[in-house]
Write a protein that binds this ligand. Structure first.
Ligand code: OGA
Ligand code: NI
Length: 198
């Protein structure tokens, strides 16, 4: 089962890669939603930092994003039930107490990147697990936009190929290398929200 191998890989290395998390049809379904939302102008420049201190700094991060809700089609049937399964299985193994999640679509326009960062600091932030699903159908070496994962032992490079899921501990350092073409993904976090009124 996919979830078991994901759990094993996360315990061993802190990350796991699932090459065919989304089928070709599922990628197409998400991409048509993505392109429609882009045309409607629903994306905005992503920021860095927390709520009030949030600021746009394209020298650190150049993507444009759109947050998606749990009841939004096609994610309601195609995606969120699987997120729930992952969250349950990961909680059972790692006692992370995750009870919430948030996901956005992300477009990295040509020449943009996201410098080396962590999505959370161990034992402090709500974000426990990061998930990125790539939607780039004809990605070629040279197109750039690879994800570099920095573990204690290695630097692992992930190609942003359509259908691939990369899932990792949010405390792991990582970086989106410069993309030479528009780069599409669905990205999000499994979280532990201690209060109902954060
Ligand atoms: C992020 C991030 C990785 C990717 O959004 O925090 O690191 O490959 N994304 O898009
Ligand atoms: Ni990140």
């Amino acid at each position: 089962m996919v979830i078991n191998s994901v759990i094993n890989a996360i315990s061993e290395k802190g990350y796991a890669i699932v090459p065919d998390f989304f089928s070709v049809e599922e990628v197409d379904t998400i991409l048509s939603f993505f392109n429609h939302a882009l045309q409607e102008g629903h994306f905005r420049q992503a920021g860095i930092g927390k709520e009030q201190e949030k600021q746009v700094q394209t020298s650190i991060r150049g993507d444009r994003i759109l947050w998606i809700e749990e009841d939004m089609t096609p994610f309601d049937t195609l995606f969120y039930p699987r997120v729930q399964e992952f969250m349950t299985a990961l909680n059972r193994t790692f006692y992370l107490g995750m009870n919430a999640h948030e996901f956005h679509l992300a477009l990295y326009p040509e020449t943009t990147f996201y410098k080396k960062h962590r999505d959370a600091f161990k034992n402090t932030d709500a974000r426990k697990i990061s998930m990125v699903m790539y939607l780039n159908k004809d990605w070629q070496p040279g197109d750039g936009g690879e994800l570099a994962l920095y573990t204690e032992d290695e630097t692992h490079i992930v190609k942003p190929l359509a259908g691939t899921l990369v899932i990792f501990e949010s405390s792991l350092e990582h970086e989106v290398l410069t993309s030479n073409k528009p780069r599409y993904s669905l990205t999000g976090w499994l979280k532990r929200q201690d209060s109902l009124f954060p």
